[in-house]
Write a protein that binds this ligand. Structure first.
Ligand SMILES: [Zn+2]
Length: 147
């Protein structure tokens, strides 16, 4: 859930993201993702005009960040209570897919979605990033809100 802390920024590791229920993601269209985000942010903005919404999307989600940004305007036009989102900008942060090797312990980022250790080549790895989909924060006209 959103934790409002009046513009202080916590360390990324300490943040609690508002995880959206878009599991089964491959079939989820960018527009419907944007609608979910618009709905959640509008609700938490509680009437304050929103200027920017920060969204973190893992590479394995297979959504196109540019398409998300394009869909944003369409999505918030018809979201409930979305007048607070008029003129707001969606900022998408892409998270590369990352794995930790069970054999040698190395953490590597993947250029292609083949789950393999970059150091020793084994496929005995634990997926540690790439499936993110969360609103990290949003900013309102007079203040910032950590998500
Ligand atoms: Zn390894």
């Amino acid at each position: 859930m959103f934790k409002e802390s009046g513009g202080t920024s916590g360390s990324p590791a300490g943040r609690q993201g508002a995880r959206l229920d878009v599991r089964g993601g491959r079939a989820v269209h960018e527009l419907s993702i944007c609608r979910s985000v618009a709905d959640i942010v509008a609700r938490h903005a509680a009437g304050r005009p929103v200027t920017r919404v920060h969204l973190r999307v893992g590479a394995l989600r297979q959504v196109v960040p540019d398409t998300l940004v394009y869909c944003w305007e369409l999505a918030h036009a018809d979201a409930a209570g979305a007048e607070v989102l008029a003129g707001s900008v969606l900022v998408v942060e892409s998270v590369p897919a990352g794995v930790r090797c069970r054999r040698c312990g190395v953490h590597s980022e993947l250029a292609v979605p083949i789950l393999r250790c970059a150091a020793c080549g084994t496929t005995d790895v634990v997926l540690v990033s790439g499936e993110e989909f969360l609103v990290t924060s949003f900013e309102v006209a007079t203040d910032a809100v950590e998500a």
